[in-house]
Design a binder for this molecule. Structure first.
Ligand SMILES: *[C@@H]1O[C@H](CO)[C@@H](O)[C@H](O)[C@H]1NC(C)=O
Ligand SMILES: *[C@@H]1O[C@H](CO)[C@@H](O)[C@H](O)[C@H]1NC(C)=O
Ligand SMILES: *[C@@H]1O[C@H](CO)[C@@H](O)[C@H](O)[C@H]1NC(C)=O
Ligand SMILES: *[C@@H]1O[C@H](CO)[C@@H](O)[C@H](O)[C@H]1NC(C)=O
Length: 353
């Protein structure tokens, strides 16, 4: 009889996300540590500390971030991991693990290992000289050692076992190295499990054929999204969902939650006005029809007049407004699937905006 009550509470909470952010949902999910793995969709600045050219620590990135500073986030503002930790009532933003001098509080409440340009396959990361996922789990070991020195081994193990891991990657493998998916994801999840993580939220692919970059390559900016590429995303996401269902059974005590970003992005593309957008086909930065992202989206690029009205900030990455909606949508998934221990889609998601 506990489940319906929990779900009822969860639903209540969902309607309050907009108003209650100071308390957060600490008690609802009871999560106090968040660890992030993945690519530019979630990297909050690790690449700033690498020699790679795949960086976003320059204008115009971050123009709507608190203080209007470019932080290395590939967007104009906060990313989903930031919105997650603030909604959970943990902290406002999540720092990159490579940032020097992380405080005790930052380490215990969670850090980010993601690296823009990374993929599940080492080859994908090596193209850009960034941190592939295999190496991100290596950093998790280093992180564990730091925790041990702060709180002792027993407490460190408990922190890891209760932490929520957010994993958002795959787009780069898809674009540069399609054929190794999704078996690599399985290996990665097993690796995190062996290092003590139990709660893992795994993001699927966006509609690849709607990314301005892909449309520009195919000279299809004006017409619709590239349907064959979107079909590939859907196929991949179906495989990933099944993989998570099966893997959760194999990894005792684990909770693997599939997080859908395909649907919320399609909702915004299919019905831009409803979400306050005037442009969903091209990025705000630069001409928006060529390949402006990272080193090609710079302070000298021409900009759209109001990035809040564009779904994409550059030719690959959503802007803060879009991330807000993507987050609210996937947070409902997280709450419901997490509380039900289910990877099945047997509930209705309300449009949160
Ligand atoms: C949260 O988790 C801790 C540790 O497992 C437990 O002691 C506490 O009772 C939990 N709180 C809630 C509100 O579930
Ligand atoms: C940060 O770390 C460096 C090297 O470990 C040290 O020299 C510096 O004093 C630290 N800064 C702060 C603000 O703690
Ligand atoms: C979900 O799984 C966790 C750990 O496996 C367990 O403690 C919890 O009671 C389960 N919740 C439900 C609603 O089945
Ligand atoms: C940009 O658009 C948003 C949403 O429509 C609006 O709230 C904001 O005031 C606009 N900013 C500027 C500088 O026009």
């Amino acid at each position: 009889m506990q489940t319906p009550l929990l779900l009822f509470l969860a639903t209540l909470q969902l309607f309050q996300i907009n108003t209650i952010t100071c308390n957060g949902d600490k008690d609802l999910l009871n999560i106090t540590t968040v660890l992030v793995f993945g690519d530019s969709s979630v990297d909050t600045g690790n690449n700033n500390y690498l020699t790679t050219f795949v960086k976003a620590n320059h204008n115009p990135y971050g123009q709507n971030f608190p203080g209007q500073v470019p932080t290395g986030r590939f967007s104009d503002g906060k990313l989903v991991p930031d919105l997650l930790v603030s909604t959970l009532g943990i902290k406002e933003t999540i720092p990159p693990f490579l940032q020097p001098n992380l405080s005790r509080f930052e380490l215990i409440s969670g850090v980010n290992f993601a690296s823009a340009g990374a993929g599940y396959d080492d080859f994908t990361g090596s193209i850009f000289d960034v941190i592939p996922l295999s190496q991100q789990s290596g950093y998790l070991r280093q992180y564990f050692e730091k925790l041990v020195s702060l709180v002792g081994e027993e407490e460190a193990r408990i922190i890891i076992s209760r932490a929520l891991a957010l994993i958002s990657a795959g787009t780069n493998d898809f674009l540069f190295n399609y054929y190794t998916m999704p078996i690599r994801e399985l290996h990665f999840l097993q690796e995190l499990y062996s290092l003590g993580l139990r709660i893992m939220v795994v993001t699927g692919l966006p509609p690849i054929g709607c990314l301005p970059f892909q449309r520009a390559l195919a000279r299809e900016v004006i017409n619709g999204c590239l349907q064959n590429q979107n079909q590939d995303s859907i196929l991949y996401n179906d495989k990933l969902k099944k993989l998570l269902q099966n893997t959760q059974k194999d990894l005792q005590g684990s909770r693997l939650v599939y997080s859908d970003i395909y649907k919320p992005i399609m909702k915004m593309i299919d019905n831009p006005q409803k979400y306050g957008f005037v442009e969903t086909r091209r990025g705000c930065c630069g001409t928006g029809i060529f390949l402006e992202a990272g080193p090609l989206c710079t302070a000298t690029a021409s900009m759209c007049s109001n990035s809040s009205k564009y779904l994409f900030f550059d030719s690959v990455h959503p802007g803060q407004e879009a991330y807000q909606f993507i987050f609210k949508y996937s947070y409902q998934t997280l709450v419901q699937r997490y509380l039900k221990n289910s990877t099945e889609e047997d509930y209705h998601i309300h449009d949160p905006k």
